[in-house]
Design a protein around this ligand. Sequence first.
Ligand code: NAP
Length: 331
Amino acid sequence: MEKRVLGKSALPVSPIALGAWAIGGWMWGGSDKRDSIRAIHACLGHGITSIDTAPIYGFGHSEEVVGEAIKGKRDKYEILTKAGMRWEGTRGEYYFTTNDNSGIQRDIYKYSGRDSLIAECEESLKRLGTDYIDLYQIHWPDTTTPIEEAMEAFRILLEQGKIRAAGVSNYSVEQMEKAAAVVELSSNQVPFSMVRRDIERDVQPWCLENNCGILAYSPLQRGLLTGKITPDYPFAPGDSRPETPHFKVNNLIHTNKFLEKIRPMAEEKGASLSQLVIAWTLRQPGITVALVGARTEQQVVQNAGAMDIDLSDDEVNRINRKLEKLQLDLH
Ligand SMILES: NC(=O)c1ccc[n+]([C@@H]2O[C@H](COP(=O)([O-])OP(=O)(O)OC[C@H]3O[C@@H](n4cnc5c(N)ncnc54)[C@H](OP(=O)(O)O)[C@@H]3O)[C@@H](O)[C@H]2O)c1
């Protein structure tokens, strides 16, 4: 599958990007560095050139691992990272309190002040071992700072060549409009999967109309849509998934029943369930990139195979009709 261009930017990205949240370990019950580096290396041979990370993923750990993995081959990857979630200081909007990878309690703030974003960019460049970031994104909107101020920082970073494209994440239409008035807004990174489709109401139509790229995050709904998550699945301590609404026992049971209904289609196409789910994601209007997390080389290789699965309109519609019957309790 050919590379796609992100919105109005000149940035080519692979249709599947590797998400490096789990590689940071935090909220995923830890991670294995050697596996992570092998996973990042495996991307290149299988058509995945874009890697998405963030400072908060393991409190710098994910960016450092990505930096180590891309050493000597920086130009072969597009590096997508983020800013605006701080774990030192108390400026901005308090988000939540968590333990970091060493068990130290951290208060997380969403903070997009101009100077803070510029300083964060330097920190990320250092951890990633590079002198430019391909796509820089505000991780979460900060309601205490005007969006115009945050985008002014991105405009400066673009001018300095430290970032190649400016994006946002988890922004509403109103917030995207404000951002796009200050810089050329390349993309919005938002949650989107077969079982999480809220963006279809507003963000997706706006992005289509305004040629703004969409990076669909958690397209496997954090592993649920692989079909492997049963009610007795052995999550590692510190893995946050069992506490999230999609992983409530009834939701697992209903989702797995739905997956069994589409399994024959996957088998007909010689695909795994994960590949069918990712291929469906890539067929949705306005979705530029399916941002799929993986911890191992094996997962990367399997997920990359989704780019070779062609789904006809009829097949997409057949899946959609089955999805319409899936009722989940997400409260
Ligand atoms: N901007 C934001 O606020 C935001 C929020 C969430 C995510 N994201 C981005 O989106 C990326 C992807 O989302 P995600 O990691 O939450 O979820 P995801 O892509 O839906 O699921 C990834 C997880 O599913 C499992 N998995 C992946 N491929 C598999 C395969 N072939 N077979 C079996 N299991 C497989 C792995 O976990 P196990 O092996 O442990 O099961 C993996 O870590 C993140 O890494 C991050 O870059 C951004």
